[in-house]
Design a protein around this ligand. Structure first.
Ligand code: AMP
Length: 189
C-alpha cells in the first residue's frame, strides 16, 4: 500500500494536491476537516461537538478525532492506500495512526510536508473563503489562531516521521502544477 500523510499548515494546499494524488495513484482521500464539515452539515452529534472547536480555530479533541478516523479507515475495503489530509495533527494522533495501521498490517510510507510562509497562507485562505463558505476561512484572527495552533501542536508531528526517516519537505510555493510535480517526484523517488 501507498499511505501518505499530506502535511502542512492551513492553506498550504493539502486539499488541492490531495485531489490530484488520489487520481494519479488511486488512493482513498481522508480529510478529517472534510469529515467534520460533513457532520456539521448533517447536524450529527459529532458535528455539533466539532463545530465548537472549529469555529474558534482550535483542535477537536484527540479521542474524538482518532475514533472518527479509525472508523473511516475501517469502512474502506481493498484500497491501494490512503492520503491522510489534516491528520495526524498531534503526536498522540500520529501514534494512534501507527497502531491501527499496524493492526491492518500496513504503515505510513511517507510524510510529504508542504512548506509555505505565513503571509502567503493567510492570503490563500482569505481568497479561498470567497468560495469555501467556511466561517473559519473568512476571519483573519481565526486564521492566525489556526496557524498558531499548527505551530504549537502540529508542527512537531514532523519530528515523529523524521525520526523514522519518512519525512520529506516539499516547497509549497509556486503554481499548483509545479507543486504537484514536486510531490510526484518525491513519491516516486
Ligand atoms: P482543515 O480542513 O484540515 O483545515 O480542518 C479544519 C478544522 O477542523 C481545524 O481547524 C480543526 O478545528 C478541525 N480538525 C481537522 N482535522 C483535525 C485533527 N486531525 N485534529 C483535531 N482537529 C482537527
Amino acid at each position: 500500500m501507498l499511505n501518505i500523510v499530506l502535511f502542512g499548515p492551513p492553506g498550504a494546499g493539502k486539499g488541492t494536491q490531495a485531489t490530484r494524488l488520489v487520481e494519479k495513484y488511486q488512493l482513498v482521500h481522508l480529510s478529517t476537516g472534510d469529515i467534520f464539515r460533513a457532520n456539521i452539515k448533517g447536524e450529527t452529534e459529532l458535528g455539533k461537538l466539532a463545530k465548537q472547536y472549529i469555529d474558534k480555530g482550535e483542535l477537536v479533541p484527540d479521542e474524538v478525532t482518532i475514533g472518527m478516523l479509525e472508523s473511516e479507515v475501517q469502512k474502506t475495503e481493498h484500497s491501494k492506500g490512503f492520503i491522510f489530509d489534516g491528520f495526524p495533527r498531534t503526536t498522540f494522533q500520529a501514534e494512534a495512526l501507527e497502531k491501527f495501521l499496524a493492526k491492518m498490517q500496513t504503515e505510513i510510507t511517507v510524510m510529504l510536508a508542504l512548506d509555505v510562509n505565513d503571509d502567503e497562507l493567510v492570503k490563500r485562505i482569505l481568497l479561498r473563503s470567497k468560495d469555501s463558505g467556511r466561517a473559519d476561512d473568512a476571519d483573519e484572527s481565526i486564521i492566525r489562531n489556526r496557524i498558531e495552533v499548527y505551530n504549537k501542536h502540529t508542527a512537531v508531528v514532523a519530528d515523529f516521521y523524521e525520526a523514522k526517516n519518512k519525512f520529506k519537505k516539499i516547497d509549497g510555493m509556486g503554481s499548483i502544477d509545479e507543486i504537484s510535480e514536486r510531490l510526484y517526484k518525491a513519491i516516486e523517488a
